[in-house]
Design a protein around this ligand. Structure first.
Ligand code: WTA
Length: 635
């Protein structure tokens, strides 16, 4: 018997040691006993971080949907697979059983085939959190098409960039979406995006808000009539272990978004295994992750990980504040949720705006609470622990990334003793290292450095779509023979890890990764603006918020600064999306620069955070005088 389900701390240590000493044997046992394969692998692992090239379960053949759906039908056909809770609490929740999911995915897959989608083609999915979003991703996987889900809050420009980057042939969207009191015209955004996307041949539209939309002749079609005519049987395409399953874009510190490519077998094995353990999922549990499937958390821990375990996974369409800040707790009570997984930014907003509402609801079903996306601060951790978990449900503070595919450092609830703000111990098979700036590994405990991973794990991204060189430079060049995460971390006296935050120019706002460069590029398009620099500063609810320092081309010219600020945020909304809007905008006569002309963000970051005592060395600046004037006018 392999160690698929870890129940005690001693067992964790034992299994962890095995996963490090004999990684291939270890993963082979897990893969063999807990998944269905059309053909077994020839080799468990082949890797070389210098290229970088990583292959897991090479030679194996499978289809992930057979693992997530078909194999459960004999034992769990009537069990709810997806439990859909709509935006409006008065609309009925929908229980989609494994049998029904099977039928809907097969039909959808047949529709995709009819539209000419083949194995290896890219399909962009720009759909809100309704069942069709999960069904569309699984339908792609069924026929071997590579899905690229784009979060349905991105602007048309951001959508177009992503569609073009991976040459998507088909787009799936909806007539619109509900978000609290608002509706959003998603189809309009797609139409605008597609003006600049020649690769797209057809668009399938899910009806959600019953709005009157424009359908472009020969290109756009309502999905439902096609589904009505589709056969409910679609043979699963047999995939190689290393065939791409999906592309998911994430922001880098510079340049265009990176299309992280995840492959089939390793991703499946690792997301399933982490899901089982990090949530201690048991057969009749109802599990809810509040993320959107547009992000990696939704891919791995709403869709693939839970379904591979035959779980019931909740999909919530709405927002935490509608109709009140009690909405999450109402849902927990209504569906008797056992595991609840959310982001620190939501916890902070709920504690601040609706702390008293918690008492109204029966949360006694909860057994495990999860956190993901950014460091959870001490106050939020305690509020979550005291008020939601009633000090009985362990908090799993799970550290991982779009690039890692699955959780990397996390407590296992009821196994690993938790510690506020600590992600605690590496998950099975994960070999972290802390590095100093000179590339030396910091051994022992009570050290702080840059967080790297020394050994491959099954769900790591294999490349950046269309740009392997960038993959190598971004993740495998900072330190020899290691994957560099971009995060800093410390290891305490017992070996627990605490993530201290990004060490690059990525800023995490409300759990969303934002690169500073694309935001600056958007701002600099404004004709009045000469230059801009974006930094993060601490924010009560968002964790970090954005502070922009902006210089104008003609500072002497009279300008209405309030209007200019609005124009700047509008530009950002158009180019990226409302999530990247600036909280504070300061106009200044210049930006502090090094002699080589680089903007010294370190200083700007300190000013934005009000850490004026220790600005660091300003002697290398070309224009030290500008620093004081920025300080004087800081917001
Ligand atoms: C941050 C989300 C501290 C980190 C799954 C990472 C965290 C980035 C945690 C990845 C955590 C994620 N504690 N920081 N528990 N989880 N992060 O790609 O900086 O959206 O590099 O993946 O979020 O964000 P991404």
């Amino acid at each position: 018997m392999s160690n698929y389900h870890i129940k005690h701390l001693e067992e964790y240590f034992k299994v962890y040691r095995k996963s490090v000493r004999e990684p291939e044997n270890f993963w082979e046992e897990i893969a063999e006993e807990h998944f269905v394969w059309r053909k077994k692998w020839d080799k468990v692992l082949d890797w070389d971080f210098s290229k970088p090239a990583v292959k897991w379960f090479e030679g194996a053949k499978l289809n992930i949907t057979e693992n997530c759906i078909d194999r459960h039908l004999t034992t769990k056909g009537d069990k709810t697979a997806i439990l859909f809770e709509p935006n409006d609490p008065n609309e009925k929740a929908e229980h989609i059983s494994y049998n029904q999911l099977h039928e809907r995915v097969n039909k959808f897959a047949n529709v995709l085939k009819e539209q000419g989608v083949k194995k290896g083609d890219r399909v962009c999915i720009y759909v809100p959190m309704i069942p069709e979003l999960a069904i569309a991703t699984l339908a792609c996987a069924r026929i071997g098409a590579i899905h690229s889900v784009v979060f349905a809050g991105f602007s048309s420009k951001a959508l177009a960039t992503r569609i073009n980057d991976s040459d998507c042939k088909l787009v799936i969207t909806s007539d619109g979406s509900y978000r609290g009191k608002k509706t959003i015209d998603l189809k309009g955004i797609v139409d605008e995006a597609l003006e600049n996307c020649d690769c797209v041949e057809s668009v399938l539209v899910v009806k959600r808000i019953n709005s009157d939309i424009y359908l472009k002749e020969g290109r756009d079609k309502w999905l439902q009539p096609l589904l009505d005519n589709a056969s409910a049987v679609c043979k699963a395409e047999i995939m190689d272990a290393e065939d791409p399953l999906f592309i998911l874009y994430t922001s880098g510190s510079t340049g265009t978004p990176k299309g992280m490519v995840h492959t089939t077998a390793g991703y499946m094995v690792y997301t399933a295994y982490t899901f089982k353990n990090a949530f201690q999922y048991r057969d009749d549990d109802v599990y809810w992750c509040t993320a959107d499937i547009g992000w990696i958390t939704g891919h791995s821990y709403i869709v693939y990980g839970p379904l591979a375990n035959g779980a019931t996974t909740v999909m919530f369409e709405g927002v935490p504040s509608y109709p009140s800040f009690g909405r999450f707790w109402e849902i927990v009570e209504k569906h008797k949720v056992n595991q609840f997984y959310t982001a620190p930014t939501a916890i902070r907003a709920l504690s601040k705006h609706g702390g008293e509402l918690v008492e109204k609801y029966d949360l006694s079903s909860l057994k495990v609470l999860g956190s993901v996306g950014e460091p959870i601060n001490e106050e939020a951790w305690h509020w979550y622990n005291d008020n939601i978990g009633k000090k009985k449900s362990p908090i799993v503070d799970t550290w991982w990334q779009t690039e890692t595919g699955g959780m990397m450092i996390t407590p296992i609830p009821y196994v690993t003793p938790t510690k506020p703000t600590y992600a605690t111990l590496p998950f099975i098979g994960v070999q972290p290292a802390l590095m100093d700036e000179n590339g030396n590994e910091l051994k022992g405990n009570q050290v702080e450095g840059r967080l790297c991973i020394k050994y491959p794990w099954p769900s790591m991204a294999r490349t950046i779509w269309g740009n392997h060189q960038r993959y190598k430079e971004t993740y495998f060049s900072a330190f020899d023979n290691m994957y560099f995460t971009g995060d800093g971390a410390l290891r305490d006296e017992v070996g627990y890890y605490r993530i201290t935050g990004r060490v690059d120019d990525v800023i995490i706002v409300s759990g969303h990764n934002l690169g500073t460069a694309p935001i600056e590029d958007a701002i600099n398009e404004h004709p009045a603006i000469a230059e801009s620099a974006i930094v993060g500063f601490p924010h009560d609810i968002k964790g970090s918020a954005l502070y922009g320092y902006i210089t104008l081309k003609d500072a002497g010219e009279y300008r209405n600064h309030d209007n200019l600020k609005k124009e700047i945020n509008q530009l950002i909304t158009d180019r990226i999306g409302p999530i990247a809007k600036l909280d504070k905008i300061q106009f200044s006569d210049g930006l502090p620069k090094t002699r080589s002309g680089k903007i010294m963000r370190r200083i700007l970051r300190k000013i934005a955070s009000n850490e004026l005592d220790n600005l660091g060395d300003t002697s290398t600046l070309l224009n030290p005088e500008v620093v004081q004037s920025i300080i004087d006018k800081r917001l």
